[in-house]
Design a protein around this ligand. Sequence first.
Ligand SMILES: [Zn+2]
Ligand SMILES: [Zn+2]
Ligand SMILES: [Zn+2]
Length: 330
Amino acid sequence: MKAAQGKPKRPLPPPKNGMLVRRLIPVAYKVYNARILLINNLRKLMKVVPVKGCKYCSEIHVGSVGHPFRTCRGMMSDQRRGEHDWGSTLVEAVFLPVEAYHIEDRLGKHIPHEQRFAVPRIPALVELCIQAGVDLPEYPTKRRRKPIIKIGKNEFVDADEDDLPEPEPDKFKQTLLDELHFDEIIAPSTPEETAALAEETLEAWETVRDGALKLMKGYAVRVCGYCPEVHVGPTGHKARNCGAFKHQQRNGQHGWQAAVLDDLIPPRYVWHMPESGEELQRELKTFYGQAPAVVEICIQGGANVPEKYKGTMRLDIGIPSSLKEAEMVI
Ligand SMILES: [Zn+2]
Ligand SMILES: [Zn+2]
Ligand SMILES: [Zn+2]
């Protein structure tokens, strides 16, 4: 039992030792660019695939007239008997901009409460890409070229890097995409163009989700157990801005736990519109399936349904044309 004590400790692996996980650097670049492509494409697609948003709550619907279900809890919803009041919406309602603090050293000290307004907030997914190796001049972050040296259980010093030669140009570096300007967002002009755009958009969505999951296995992401706040880094932050109902009891401190992919990239499920093209009927709610909003937009744009979404979309279930028919089936 005691034998282990005398042995030299095994060195920490990256990224715990302050170094980047080399095999994840290309993944980080891929996710970064796929995210931009996804946003740009969604903006174009949403010019031809209608997406509605409720004026009083966060509900969205992919389709031209909104859905009939009485699930609204927004302002004056009782006067509408729970019906949503549909208007237009933006890409941010579809692909949610989950934000997090940008930290300049992922091994650095906690962000204290007092500094919460001095630290920039950026999309959490971008922060994850930065920490995993994407260099963005506007959001610098510490890159060590030698592992840290532990001097205690929770303390370390940086190794002396003076003896290292000038760094070679980063071979992983890729050209980064930019978000389109307003006047560059041009709607596809034919159904074929729309379908091709929809396929590319769906691919970008999958690349972002799969890639982010890979990055999260190497780089810790935390989420508050009481509110949606996300923190990219091995420990949570100390800003006492927890928005949860009972936050007073904890002095506004977040309760950090390990995040899952859906915390970072919420899938945002919406109703899947039946292939028949018929509008949804309130009475037939139990027959309808759901899909992540991005996926539903792409499918309505003409993309093929990926196998993994077929289950929740309930494509195997025949939808009766009326309640009467439904009752006859049962
Ligand atoms: Zn609503
Ligand atoms: Zn922190
Ligand atoms: Zn919280």
